[in-house]
Ligand binder design. Structure first.
Ligand code: PLP
Length: 473
């Protein structure tokens, strides 16, 4: 076996990684280069001859550096991005080093077992049923996809249709009942699944983007009699949301589950970030009823601060989950008995061993550490809202119930957008924009484990200074 110089490139990578991480507090958060600069820095002719690995790593880092956004920074508040805690990041390095194929027990007993153990811990921490099945996927998009595949299986099975064998042509139509302000990954998952977005029955939402439970009966009744039972919604899936991507609002789960189950519908919960609030005894009441849903999607790369990519899917009906995802091949060595092959729970075949980093995150933070992280982010989000809301000419548009804050600067939409652009260029912090109820808004998401009061206060000072300078665009 050829034994290369591991220490050269890995030593270089370690040195560069440490320089990046320790430099985060002083680095402008937004990237200093656009796509054109990056093409020049990284481009060139096809490499015709080998280059020593350590040299490749040094050159790659030098070329990429100006185009990196400091998403791991405690002053990155864009989209809903988490950073990476030290234990999770270190476990992720080992995951790449070990290079396990996490599809089967046979290809990595360690990777398969770590998913089983971590899955059990997650169900306990999130307060979900202990019998639920767990899948480790790339993100909430694929978690929504996987859960909705299980839902598709089950609602059609109950209607006497085997979708895995027969497909959807000629199948009883499925209705997907979802809040009008659902995340777009629900629609995208329905496209992937062949259900299609026309199947969506949009339920009106309130001023925070929460599904209106009082409007749900009418939506469910739209398909009444479909399967021949009065009061039965026919094959139907209700998609609820824990954490609106803009406002952070949480759907009223308890009445949603009651009404949906009464009508025979499956309830899926998209809790990409909001589901983590379940770990906090203070925030848990906001999610009342969540444990009675049929499936759940969340991310580890958001609030748990595991490096990209890492999503999680849970299903209260393990046979439906495995019917939708399971696979058998003559050349594979499938686990027998109670042993769980990971590939029966996610859409991939060969796959990175994502469980190691999630395991490390849970062990290093512990229940109390996760609760503290989530609560701290919510407190800091309120600090943003209080300080910005107290300044003249700034309006906080949402009720800050979790880690999301929406603000708008007096004047036309263009002024809010101009403030946002200028803040990003200044470099102290990074926020992203959105359109909330038809009006431009700055969107602040406090999701990083390392953010502290000083980061919020420095960011607020910058935002207000820039807003003062930009009286009109
Ligand atoms: C509610 C919700 N669902 C789904 C997603 C998609 O998550 P991912 O990008 O991890 O696939 C997001 C992303 O922010 C989200 O907020």
């Amino acid at each position: 076996m050829h034994v290369p110089d591991w220490a050269g490139p890995l030593g270089e990578a370690y040195r560069l990684a440490l320089a990046h991480l320790t430099g985060l507090p002083d680095r402008p958060v937004d990237s200093g280069a656009g796509p054109a600069d990056m093409r020049v820095a990284l481009g060139g002719p096809v490499p015709e001859v080998p280059t020593p690995p350590a040299e490749v790593i040094a050159a790659l880092a030098a070329a990429a550096d100006p185009g990196l956004v400091a998403t791991a920074s405690g002053r990155f508040f864009g989209f809903v991005f988490g950073g990476a805690t030290p234990a999770a990041l270190a476990a992720d390095w080992l995951t790449a080093t070990w290079d396990q194929n996490a599809g089967l027990y046979a290809t990595s007993p360690a990777a398969a077992a770590v998913e089983e153990v971590t899955g059990g811990w997650l169900l306990d921490l999130l307060g979900l049923p202990s019998h639920a099945s767990v899948g480790f996927v790339t993100g909430a998009q694929m978690a929504n996809f996987t859960a909705l595949a299980a839902a598709r299986h089950e609602v059609l099975r109950r209607a006497g249709w085997d979708v895995e064998a027969r497909g959807l042509l000629g199948a009883p139509p499925i209705r997907v009942i979802a809040g009008a302000d659902r995340h777009d990954t629900i629609d995208r998952a329905l496209r992937f699944l062949g259900i299609g977005t026309d199947a969506i029955v949009a339920v009106p939402v309130d001023d925070q983007g929460r599904m209106r439970a009082d409007a749900l009966p009418a939506a469910l009744a739209g398909g009444a009699g479909h399967a021949g039972h009065a009061g039965h919604a026919g094959p139907a899936i209700v998609c609820a949301q824990m954490g609106n991507v803009n406002s952070g609002a949480v759907d009223p789960l308890a009445p949603i589950v009651d009404l949906a189950h009464e009508a025979g519908a499956w309830v899926h919960v998209d809790g990409a970030f909001g589901l983590w609030a379940a770990v906090s005894p203070v925030l848990r009441p906001l999610l009342a009823g969540v444990e009675r849903a049929d499936s759940w999607a969340t991310d580890a790369h958001k609030w748990l601060n595991v490096p990209y990519d890492s999503g999680l899917v849970f299903c209260a009906h393990p046979p439906a989950h495995r019917a939708a995802m399971g696979v058998r091949a003559v050349y594979l060595e499938h686990a027998g008995g109670d042993d769980r092959d990971p590939l029966d729970h996610n859409p991939e075949f060969s796959r990175r061993a994502r469980g190691f980093a999630v395991y490390a995150a849970l062990r290093s933070l512990g229940r109390s550490g996760i609760a503290a992280l989530v609560e701290r982010c919510c407190t800091l989000a309120r600090r943003f809202a209080d300080q910005l809301g107290a300044a003249g000419g700034v309006t906080v548009l949402n009720h800050v119930v979790l880690n999301q804050v929406l603000v708008r600067f007096d004047g036309p939409d263009a002024r809010t957008r101009a403030v946002l652009d200028a803040v990003r260029r200044e470099g102290t912090c990074f926020m992203s924009g959105t359109t909330w109820q038809g009006r431009a808004a700055m969107r602040i998401s406090v999701t990083n484990w390392s953010t502290d009061e000083g980061d919020v206060d420095a960011s607020v000072r910058t935002i207000l200074k820039i807003a003062d300078q930009l009286v009109s665009p």
